[in-house]
Write a protein that binds this ligand. Sequence first.
Ligand code: ASP
Length: 585
Amino acid sequence: MYRTHTCGELRIENKGTKVTLAGWVQRSRDLGGMTFVDLRDRYGITQLVFNMDVNAPLCEQARKLGREFVIQAIGTVVERSSKNANMNTGEVEVVIDELNILSKSATPPFTIEDETDGGEDLRMKYRYLDLRRAPLRNNLMLRHRLSLETRKYLDSVGFMEVETPYLIKSTPEGARDFVVPSRMNAGQFYALPQSPQTFKQLLMVSGYDKYYQVVKCFRDEDLRADRQPEFTQIDCEMAFVEQEDILQNFEGLVKHLFKTVKGIDLGSIPRMQYSEAMERFGSDKPDMRFGMEFIDLAPVAKNKGFAIFDQAETVLAIVAKGCAEFTRKQLDELTEWVKRPQIGAKGLVYSKCNADGTFKSSVDKFFDEQALKLWAQHCGADSGDLIFALSGDLDTTRKQLCELRLHLGTQLGLRKPDNYVPLWVVDFPLLEWDDDSKRFHAMHHPFTSPKPEDLALLESQPGKVRANAYDMVINGVELGGGSIRIYDRDLQAQMFKLLGFTAEEAQAQFGFLMKAFEFGAPPHGGIAFGFDRLCAMFGGTDSIRDYIAFPKNNSGRDVMIDAPAIIDDAQLKELSLKVTVAPTT
Ligand code: ASP
């Protein structure tokens, strides 16, 4: 037996027990006649003691142990004289009388401690060492916990996990596909699933009316902190349901996860229409932890001689409570901030509602005290508050003001990571106009069902049609989204047409699904949650990478195994492929 206990297990009750431990040497310290070794494994750290007076050769051997050596140590549990309340095993130590080195270690390229000296690149290259550190280990344990609780909950309400294939053909989630050449079918390619969307719908046709899968999805998009080329979804689908059934079921899942993993009672989750979310917060994923809602300032700010406002389609304002004392410098910084290319505003208008009842704005030339007082009344701003306004076309102004709202929310400490405020955003538009391609795109995906009451508009005013589509949003993060699907062959064909597919294209790409709908398709709908994002949210950070054992870097590379990589000529030949570019790295 390599070990009788783990390194996180021993307590004062084990005093006097003879134990065998195995693990990695975190560090060793020589203190006069004693040598202390911290032995680590996945479960924790236990202090080992070697005494020069009792066993000099063994103590000498212990002194030679390098960091990250793998050892086995046999000894007796004793009570520590100086206890460490920060460690689970801090009341005891093990006096060792036999030591075996199982494996030596080269000096690790960075310290394997909670706070490491290793930079991100180095840690990615040696990810297997980084994973020995407690913060990452805790992240992966959190991930495990969440996936386990997800499965427990979904199983308890009758869902069945079914695996779907990875080598498929293009799925319509709107991203670029990763493709895999087929050797047996020369010149042809599989696409990796952007999601199992079509398969889960086929499973509904097959009668598996409550499906789920914790599943890898692949999307070839530019990467950000919350995106990886391969990521995991909790993918779900149900048959014989309406939108309300889906919302209830998956509200149940999210509440279960918060309760069991975080001990938080989320309460019931409010709903908000997409149009309302856009109007009040300029976003389809509003952060509901704070107010600062949009106010249409036009009625009191337009046609007063200020050309910028007068010419704008929209003038929108927000009120920063208690911020009238902002300094010139703070206001200049905010103005620069909104003018950065990422936000793209031309300028920022403010009006301070001073504590003494006077007003001071950046547009004093055009608006006198009386006019600014009207602004304040219109916005519900009190003395001591600060009004910010942006103007321009509706969509752009909303986006910009949304960014400013979030920025101020962060600055003012209104976005506390441990305060979770969930929201269902419902009734998304079915279609989205794309100016570049000059046509409509599916806002969710082409299988999303229009709201029956809006069906009549499908031909005449497609942009006005709302969908039975919904997102779950927590703290401004879209955690999941889904829709009720089209299950009628003809409506699906009409939808493909609206999206600019010719009948032949639709047939070639999705003929199998439309065919399946000819054989008795039940009404169905579903949802998918971004599992990595869920983990990051539970862990209180933005970076999903920290919750993935072996993630890619921002260029989509795995720097540890050095992938992607070129393949040799023989392999290319087998695949009937010719590469005409030199690799860039
Ligand atoms: N397939 C969708 C997605 O990946 C989710 C769904 O509609 O169920 O976003």
